[in-house]
Design a protein around this ligand. Structure first.
Ligand code: SF4
Length: 201
C-alpha cells in the first residue's frame, strides 16, 4: 500500500458528506441515491469553507449528504464495518478525496456544483414552490434585514426576520400535510429550517 492509498480509516466520511457536482446528477436521476438523504445549503447561507477554513457565503446551492444523528458523519458511513454503504455509487468528491494528497479534490472544490434547479426544475408545481420559498426568505434578504436593524430605528426588523422564520416553518408543514410530501425531502427542497440555521448565527 502506498502512502496516498485509502486505509479506510473513515476520517473523511466522519468530517461531513460530500458536495454534489454536475457529474453526480445521474446518481439521483437513476435512483442510486435518494434526495431524502440529502440537504441543500442555499445560496447566501453561511458555510464553513474546508479549504480556507473560513466562514463564507454559499455562492449557489450546495447539495450534501445528511449527517448521522445530526452530526457530521456521512449518513452512508457504516461505522461498524468501516465501509461506505453506497461505495459503488459514491459521489465524485468521495472518489477523488485522498486525505494524504488533496490536490485532486482541490481542483474541483466549489466548481460545477449540482443545484436543485438541475434536478427538479421540470417538476411543475414543486419547483414553483421552491422558487417562491427562496424569494420570500433568501439568505441575502435575511442578512440585509439583520444589517439594517443595526442602522435604523424604523420598524421592528428583528420581527421581520421572525416572520420569515415562521413562513419557512409553515410552508414545510403545509407541503407535508396538504401536499402529502415525504417530510424527509424537506431539507433537500427548502434547505435546512431557518429556525435551526438562524440559531447557529
Ligand atoms: S458517500 Fe460513502 S465515501 Fe462518501 S463520505 Fe459518505 S460514506 Fe464516505
Amino acid at each position: 500500500m502506498n502512502s496516498t492509498e485509502c486505509k479506510r480509516c473513515g476520517t473523511c466520511c466522519k468530517k461531513g458528506g460530500p458536495s454534489f457536482h454536475i457529474e453526480d446528477r445521474a446518481l439521483l436521476e437513476d435512483g442510486f441515491i435518494s434526495a431524502k438523504y440529502l440537504y441543500t445549503i442555499r445560496e447566501g447561507e453561511p458555510v464553513r469553507d474546508n479549504i480556507s477554513e473560513r466562514i463564507v457565503y454559499a455562492p449557489s446551492d450546495i447539495i450534501k449528504i445528511k449527517g448521522q444523528k445530526n452530526g457530521w458523519t456521512c449518513f452512508f458511513y457504516d461505522e461498524t464495518e468501516k465501509r461506505c454503504a453506497v461505495y459503488e455509487y459514491r459521489p465524485l468528491e468521495c472518489k477523488l478525496l485522498k486525505c494524504r494528497d488533496t490536490r485532486d479534490i482541490e481542483r474541483i472544490f466549489g466548481k460545477k456544483l449540482l443545484t436543485r434547479k438541475d434536478i427538479i426544475s421540470t417538476v411543475e408545481g414543486l419547483w414553483d414552490l421552491v422558487i417562491e420559498h427562496d424569494q420570500r426568505c433568501s439568505y441575502k434578504k435575511i442578512r440585509k434585514l439583520i444589517d439594517e436593524s443595526g442602522k435604523t430605528k424604523k420598524g421592528d426588523l428583528s420581527g421581520k426576520v421572525a416572520e420569515l422564520i415562521e413562513y419557512d416553518k409553515i410552508i414545510r408543514e403545509l407541503v407535508v400535510k396538504k401536499g402529502q410530501l415525504d417530510s424527509e425531502l424537506l431539507d433537500f427542497l427548502f434547505g435546512r429550517p431557518l429556525s435551526a440555521t438562524m440559531n447557529r448565527r
